[in-house]
Design a protein around this ligand. Structure first.
Ligand code: ZN
Length: 322
C-alpha cells in the first residue's frame, strides 16, 4: 500500500494537568452536555451534514501524546518504522498516585491489530459470541492512502492512556502492538471482565462509502443468548456512550455520523462479540470514516487524534465521576 508520508506533529506543550484539568472537567461536563443538546436541537433531524463548527470550543485539557516506552519497540506514533514520534514518557507507565480517577480501572481496546494482515487463518477462526459464531478478529479498514485503522486505534488508545493515567486511573490495554495478531473479540471482552473494569472503550474507525462522515458510538443491545448476557450493562453502557458522544463533539468539533444513528451519534448493536460478552460497562466508538477523504484528513492528523483521545477520555472521566 502506498502510505503517504508521516504526519509529523510537533510535541505539544506539557503542563501539569491534574489540578487544572480536574477543575476544567468539572466545569466542562455540564457545558458539553448542554452543547450536545443544542447541537441535537439544531441538527437533530438525522440528515447529518458534518458541521465542523459544532461544539468546536477549545479545551483546557491539553495533554501530551507520547506512546509509552513499554510499548512494542517497533511501535511509533503512526505505527510505522522510522516515523517521527514525540519523546516517550517513562513516567506514564504507572498510574498517578492520586487524582479523580484513583482506584478506577479503565480498559482500552484498540480495535484490530497492525499484524492481523499476516495472520489470516488465525483471525478468521470462528469464536462464540453468544448470539452466533463470528471471526476471531478482522484486519480493519484503512484510508485510501493506506493508513490503517489498526495504526489509528493504537495511536488514539495510547494518547487516551496518557490522559487517563494523569487523572489517576489504572489503564489496561487488550493489545498494545505487542502481539502478532488479535486478540480475538471474545478475549478482548474477557480482558475487560477480568480486570473488573469500571469502563471499557473499544476504539475504531469505520470503512464506509465516501461522503459518509462523522463518528458514532456503539452501545450494547440487551442480549441474553449462550454465554452472552448484557442486560446488567445496557443502562450503564448507554450512560458511558452518551458522555463520550457529547464530549467527542465538544473536543473534536466532529458531527455525529450522517449515515447511521439518525444524527444522534449513537447506535445499538447485538452482533459484536466485544459487547455481547462484556460484563462491565463498554462501548465502541467509530471515530470517523477512513474511506471519506475529509474524514481521512482528520483521522491521519496527529493533532486531531489528540482531540479525539481527549474527547473519549473526558467522556470516561465524566461517566466515572458520575
Ligand atoms: Zn474496526
Amino acid at each position: 500500500m502506498s502510505y503517504v508520508g508521516p504526519d509529523f506533529d510537533p510535541p505539544q506543550p506539557r503542563r501539569s494537568l491534574r489540578g487544572p484539568l480536574t477543575v476544567a472537567i468539572a466545569a466542562l461536563v455540564p457545558g458539553a452536555l448542554a452543547g450536545w443538546l443544542v447541537w441535537q436541537a439544531v441538527d437533530g433531524g438525522g440528515s447529518g451534514g458534518g458541521s465542523d463548527k459544532a461544539g468546536a470550543a477549545p479545551t483546557s485539557a491539553s495533554a501530551p501524546n507520547s506512546p509509552r516506552t513499554s510499548a512494542s519497540a517497533s511501535a511509533t506514533d503512526d505505527g510505522k518504522p522510522g516515523a517521527s514520534s514525540p519523546a516517550p514518557t517513562p513516567s506514564s507507565s504507572r498510574p498517578a498516585a492520586s487524582g479523580p480517577l484513583k482506584g478506577k480501572v479503565v480498559v482500552i481496546d484498540p480495535g484490530h491489530n497492525p499484524h492481523n494482515f499476516q495472520h489470516a487463518s488465525e483471525i478468521n477462526r470462528k469464536v462464540d459470541i453468544g448470539t452466533n459464531w463470528k471471526e476471531c478478529d478482522t484486519t480493519g479498514t484503512s484510508t485510501n492512502a493506506g493508513y490503517t485503522e489498526a495504526q489509528f486505534t493504537l495511536d488514539v488508545a495510547r494518547r487516551m492512556r496518557t490522559i487517563l493515567e494523569q487523572q489517576g486511573a489504572t489503564v489496561k490495554f487488550t493489545q498494545d502492538g505487542d502481539r502478532s495478531w488479535g486478540p480475538c473479540v471474545d478475549e478482548r471482552a474477557r480482558i475487560g471482565n477480568a480486570a473488573h473494569a469500571d469502563a471499557v472503550v473499544s476504539v475504531h474507525a469505520d470503512g464506509s462509502a465516501a461522503g459518509n462522515r462523522g463518528f458514532h458510538v456503539i452501545l450494547p443491545a440487551a442480549v441474553h443468548a449462550g454465554a452472552a448476557d448484557t442486560r446488567p450493562i445496557v443502562t450503564s453502557s448507554r450512560g458511558l456512550g452518551e458522555r463520550i458522544a457529547g464530549l467527542f463533539v465538544r473536543e473534536t468539533g466532529s458531527a455525529p455520523s450522517n449515515y447511521i444513528g439518525d444524527g444522534t451519534g449513537l447506535v445499538v448493536r447485538k452482533d459484536l462479540g466485544g459487547l455481547n460478552l462484556s460484563t462491565v460497562p463498554k462501548v465502541f466508538i467509530e471515530c470517523g470514516n477512513m474511506r471519506d477523504s475529509k474524514d481521512a484528513a482528520l483521522l491521519t492528523s496527529g493533532a486531531w487524534r489528540q482531540k479525539a483521545a481527549r474527547g473519549i477520555s473526558e467522556g470516561i472521566v465524566s461517566f466515572l465521576r458520575g
